[in-house]
Write a protein that binds this ligand. Structure first.
Ligand SMILES: [Zn+2]
Length: 320
């Protein structure tokens, strides 16, 4: 998941002369999952079909989000290789090999997690709506700017729209609190699907060149390795890295050993309930230092039959 600032940055790069990826519409393999599918060539459309089959597996243990727009690019430019989940209801995948991996499932995981947060955190609903409006504004900017031929006028237009885009920004504290949970939850979906605690690390190690992405640390996505609390900065660290110690906890609780759909459903529901409960506490009484106290996850998830405050109000069961 990328932030809006990055979205606009890539938008500007795109508008100022980077090659366009118009793609072609594919036959929609599953209208219940995708609003539309656009991909680069036949291989991209085949990849979308494969993605649709993998999503059908994930749906057996997660709630079903609303259908979203899917775009798959055959992207050779390494520094633009980050995939993107958008609260607008769109997923954009950039993959030179057009082969589905844990990163694709992570992006789909974001749409699942967004659905859970919308159902359980009233403030998140408002946050997502603001993000959607901002993303619509950014997309309109792209469309409008395409029709301006004079480079100086185009740049002036983008600058003025960029300034306006800032007025859509949501509470930065809320964003900073919510993002690490979103990233953790998307990883949980991906790893449960892969039944491999190192699935995200393996994918990132292959696709993120460290010299170009110095801030991304693939080893911190590994659920099979210990990550001490001191390794990440819970207050201002990269949202992808903040919950590395919790990943270790979930790894030792057997996240990769859940084989049947029923086992995965149980594990994912317990995770979602714990996530929502903790997030509600953090939003009510923000406490940066306690964000990553992983014993809370252990306490909530370990003993069978133990009740969690507010758990009965949390909706996390699959929609079908
Ligand atoms: Zn993400």
């Amino acid at each position: 998941m990328k932030g809006l600032a990055l979205l606009l940055l890539s938008t500007s790069t795109y508008l100022l002369g980077a090659p366009a990826h118009a793609g072609t519409p594919c036959k929609n393999p599953d209208p219940a999952t995708f609003q539309s599918v656009t991909a680069d060539g036949e291989a991209g459309c085949e990849a979308a079909k494969e993605f649709s089959r993998a999503i059908a597996e994930v749906r057996k243990f997660t709630p079903r989000p609303s259908p979203f727009e899917l775009t798959i690019h055959h992207e050779e430019v390494l520094y633009q290789q980050e995939d993107r989940f958008s609260t607008y209801g769109a997923i954009e995948i950039k993959d030179p090999k057009l082969r589905i991996n844990a990163g694709w499932m992570h992006e789909y995981g974001h749409s699942v997690c967004s659905k859970i947060l919308e159902q359980n955190i009233p403030e998140y609903k408002r946050y997502a709506e603001t993000q959607r409006r901002a993303e619509t504004f950014a997309r309109e900017t792209v469309t409008q700017a395409k029709s301006i031929t004079d480079p100086r006028k185009k740049l002036a237009y983008i600058s003025s729209r960029s300034a306006k885009l800032k007025t859509f920004e949501t509470d930065p504290k809320f964003k900073r609190t919510i993002e690490p949970y979103h990233e953790l939850c998307a990883d949980v979906v991906s790893v449960l699907h892969a039944q491999d605690a190192s699935a995200m690390t393996k994918t990132l190690a292959k696709t993120v060149p460290s010299e170009l992405h110095p801030r991304i640390r693939p080893e911190l996505y590994d659920f099979s390795k210990p990550h001490p609390n001191t390794e990440t900065d819970a207050c201002y660290g990269d949202p992808h890295h903040v919950f590395a110690p919790v990943r270790s906890q979930l790894g030792s609780m057997g996240i990769a050993r859940q084989e049947t759909a029923a086992d995965k459903t149980r594990f994912f529901n317990q995770f979602a309930i714990t996530m929502v409960t903790q997030l509600r506490q953090q939003l009510k009484t923000p406490n940066c230092d306690s964000v990553n106290k992983n014993y809370l996850f252990m306490k909530a998830m370990n003993p069978v039959g133990e009740t969690i405050d507010g758990s009965d109000e949390v909706q996390a069961a699959p929609a079908d």
